[in-house]
Design a protein around this ligand. Structure first.
Ligand SMILES: Cc1ncc(COP(=O)(O)O)c(C=O)c1O
Length: 368
């Protein structure tokens, strides 16, 4: 069977291979069977392998979208001490909302949505806090703008001050090489439907095992999303505590096989080539993007909307959608932007196709 191929340029769920799509079509199975436990063991161990070793790190799976993993992480590992949360976009802000909802002690460190973090200022906040800082939380790749935070540098800062680093790597995991040990990341969250190129429905936390085991002492703040309890149950027989999204896990297994075949380094190179193609095309079309090269992830690009009468995001979206390209609105409040992501099973040739369609649209409104 042929499946229509859409080029998704929204920041996930991303374009998938047909083999990942078809991996969902399997015989019905009770998820409590050993056979399905083998699938989850494979998924959990291999997700860890992309960023660390299975002796010191472990992957805890949840049924739920990415926010579930972020919420599980924050609510389950921060005790009575304070977490500093870096807010330089919508997802950093969401971490603050989660901390607020759970009544965590937290300091919001606001930072530019387009420029690098002021690391000295951040260190000052950590040093001068009257309360003990136990954790620092950050978004690796702020999907809001395409801003990439320097997690390795934050890891060094955490080492110096004996703080555990919590990273939301939703839209960078499997798209940008990450080494949790080298970067000194204690907890990392991501989901099945972005750079790992699976279907939406599973999210996961990869944790330093030693740190995770210590969280056993903390009073649980929730049930479904409790990280330690989910780990404790999972590790006994590779079962989730609650009903897992069975077919999504089969698709994730296939996505992992394909990521291993490609390698994360080569996937990153493919993504960067698509982005470089996009940036050259934008330049040619006279469009400007928001984040400077040194802070740009090269996975998502925020583009300033054309200032011309007749332009409308919705009309541009529909024009491109009819031609097989899905684009996404912007998310920063202080600039009119739209976003183009280049994650998923697409390459620079798709980007050339997109640029040709964009050029044709811009001609219809006399922008060029
Ligand atoms: C950095 C980041 N964190 C969290 C999320 C939330 O993920 P979800 O919408 O799957 O809950 C996203 C989604 O795009 C994201 O990019």
């Amino acid at each position: 069977m042929e499946v229509k191929r859409n080029v998704l340029l929204n920041p996930g769920p991303a374009t998938t291979t047909d083999t990942v799509k078809f991996a969902q079509v399997v015989a019905d199975i009770c998820p409590r069977e050993q056979e399905f436990g083998d699938v989850m063991e494979f998924v959990s161990k291999e997700l860890t392998n992309f960023v660390g070793n299975n002796e010191e790190y472990t992957t805890v799976l949840f049924g739920g979208s990415g926010t579930a993993a972020v919420e599980a992480m924050l609510s389950s590992v921060v005790g009575e001490d304070t977490v500093v949360i870096i807010n330089n976009g919508a997802y950093g802000k969401r971490m603050c909302e989660i901390a607020e909802a759970y009544g965590l002690k937290f300091i919001e460190f606001k930072s530019s949505t387009v420029d690098a973090i002021d690391y000295e200022k951040l260190e000052g906040v950590i040093k001068n806090s009257p309360d003990k800082i136990s954790h620092l939380a950050v978004i690796h790749h702020e999907t809001t703008t395409g801003l990439l935070n320097d997690v390795a540098r934050l890891g060094q800062l955490c080492k110096k001050h004996n703080i555990d680093l919590i990273v939301d790597a939703m839209s960078s995991y499997a798209g940008i090489p990450i080494d949790m040990k080298k970067m000194n990341i204690t907890y990392l969250a991501s989901s099945s439907n972005k750079c790992i190129q699976g279907m939406a429905g599973v999210s996961f936390v990869i944790a330093n095992l030693e740190a995770l085991l210590k969280t056993k002492e903390l009073k649980p703040r929730n049930v479904y999303l409790n990280l330690f309890k989910q780990y404790e149950y999972f590790i006994k027989n590779y079962q989730m505590r609650f009903t897992p999204p069975v077919q999504i896990l089969y698709a994730l297994k296939q996505a992992i096989v394909e990521a291993k075949e490609e390698t994360i380094e080569k996937r990153h190179e493919r993504y960067v080539r698509s982005c470089d193609t996009l940036l050259a095309g934008l330049d040619r079309l006279g469009l400007v993007h928001l984040v400077k090269e040194e802070n740009h992830s090269k996975l998502i690009t925020s583009i300033i909307e054309p200032k011309v009468e007749g332009y409308s995001f919705d009309a541009m979206h529909d024009y491109l959608y009819e031609r097989g390209f899905t684009i996404y609105p912007g998310k920063v409040s202080d600039a009119d932007t739209f976003r183009i992501a280049n994650i998923g099973q697409i390459d620079y040739k798709d980007m050339e196709g997109f640029l040709a369609a964009l050029e044709a649209y811009l001609k219809t409104i006399n922008y060029i």
